[in-house]
Design a protein around this ligand. Structure first.
Ligand SMILES: [Fe+2]
Ligand SMILES: [Fe+2]
Length: 319
């Protein structure tokens, strides 16, 4: 079996619709400037539209235009949101895809590094087992909300960013970057479930989060172990994780900002072996990125132009 596969080689059945992850990557490098954000998303519009066609994300595109990603990613989920059910399904579907790629990341770590210690392989095997269960849990939660696998497009952004070919960087990217992001997202989902009194979501996600803390801990321990005699190697590995964390902050949607859509799960991260400095650093990574006001204003302009364009097309067709 091949080692170090490319994200494009990840196998899926016919239910899944693959999407280019470029829109996600772009969010990490956006400046705090409305016009630039609008320009970039207008350029990406054909690609974004194509990926939503025929999926449950199509009505979101219809309503918000190419900014639907900004709206979905950067606004917290409120119980009184008119698009609540669709947005919640979208998020659960995204998490299910993340669990699938975490399963692939962990099992690939087991296979890609044959020289690694036995204990490392046991940890990765344990993680793969957990992630397989998480995929099933999120499939059930998605169905509970009335959704199905394949309702929304999948991008392989998480696997792409996190799966380095170096063992210390692999666990830094997958177990600390990706799994750390999972802790933030799941803590946020638990808070949402508490707010609306949904015990099914609350309890299911709470069980999953307990595993994720263990997975991050594997990462915290193995980064130290793999780099223990080489401070320079440790430094490069931290640098790699910072880059991954910046991309996983989606332009400040996940950050320490007051207006963050997904706040950092500080307590969970401390429990999982992140130091207070590392957490502060992750919180500050996207400080230069666009603020919520900038993204809101850009989303408003993009939606307005999208509606104007549609109205014009309708008129031309009627003439
Ligand atoms: Fe998981
Ligand atoms: Fe995990």
């Amino acid at each position: 079996m091949k080692r170090f596969i490319d994200h494009e080689e990840l196998a899926r059945d016919s239910r899944f619709i693959r999407q280019d992850g470029a829109a996600n990557s772009v969010l990490a490098s956006l400046p705090d400037d409305v016009d630039t954000v609008v320009d970039i998303f207008e350029q990406l519009a054909p690609m974004i539209e194509k990926a939503t066609r025929g999926t449950a994300a199509e009505p979101l595109y219809e309503e918000y235009g190419p900014a639907y990603n900004l709206v979905v990613l950067n606004e917290p989920i409120h119980p009184d949101d008119p698009a609540l059910v669709n947005r919640l399904r979208f998020r659960l579907h995204g998490i299910l895809i993340g669990e699938l790629q975490a399963l692939e990341g962990a099992s690939r770590s087991l296979w890609d590094f044959p020289e690694a210690p036995w204990e490392f392989k046991m940890n990765m095997a344990r993680q793969a087992w957990d992630e397989a269960r998480h995929v099933q849990i999120y499939e059930k939660l998605l169905q509970y909300m009335g959704g199905e696998i394949g309702d929304y497009p999948e991008n392989t952004f998480l696997f792409e960013c996190a799966c380095s070919e170096d063992p210390a960087m692999r666990v830094a990217g997958v177990n600390r970057g990706l799994e750390g992001l999972a802790c933030d997202v799941f803590r946020d989902l638990i808070r949402y479930a508490e707010k609306v009194g949904d015990d099914t979501i609350k309890q299911a996600v709470d069980f999953v989060l307990a595993d994720e803390i263990t997975h991050v801990r594997f990462g915290s321990n193995w980064v130290k172990e793999f780099t223990k005699d080489d401070p320079d190697y440790f430094k490069r590995t931290q640098e790699f994780r910072r880059e991954v964390d910046k991309r996983f902050s989606f332009g400040g949607a996940r950050s320490a900002r007051e207006d963050a859509a997904i706040p950092l799960a500080v307590q969970d991260r401390l429990e999982a072996g992140f130091t207070a400095e590392e957490i502060d650093e992750i919180g500050a990574l996207s400080v230069g990125g666009p603020s919520r006001e900038t993204l809101r204003e850009a989303a408003r302009i993009l939606a307005e132009r999208h509606r104007a364009k549609k109205a014009q097309q309708k008129q031309t067709a009627a003439e």
